[in-house]
Design a protein around this ligand. Sequence first.
Ligand code: HEM
Length: 149
Amino acid sequence: MSQTIEAPRTPARANRSSGTNWEKWGWIYMRASGVLLIVLIFGHLFMNLMVGDGVSAIDFAFVGGKWSDPFWQVWDGLMLWLALIHGGNGMRTLVNDYAHSRGMRGTLKIAILVAVVVLLVLGTLVIFTFDPCPAGSPADLLPSICKGL
Ligand code: HEM
């Protein structure tokens, strides 16, 4: 039994000739964010896995220490935003290429948008409001790095 698969680049809608070409800007964004992500992701892996004691040094205090430094907060925030929008836009492309019905395409793209927005809000809050030693917490629930603070 053979099955014919439609050419993956078949557009879901006819191209419009006027106005902003969002598909072009999406295409450029995928390449530009890809280049930045190479630097951010490999920098992240290098600092976490190779510098100092490497992977065995990663624990709650390691993460708490990194997120008390604005440099790593911005680094991780950029990684989060660039990768999530890159991944969401890439999934949008796949849905446009492979989902057959208009209703299914709309549903899947709304689900992707909701997932991206929820993860961006939660991730950004975690990175920028993280407090390893929240005031007023019971001492037995706090990590050892909080002793004496
Ligand atoms: C080193 C980092 C990365 C680089 C250099 C990179 C590069 C690219 C490029 C150039 C494309 C466009 C391909 C095309 O249009 O044919 C793409 C597509 C895509 N990327 Fe990334 N990417 C990276 C990381 C990620 C991450 C972290 C995610 C997930 C969050 C992701 C998810 C996707 C998806 C879902 C697509 C669409 C696949 C398709 O069109 O067939 N990528 N990537």
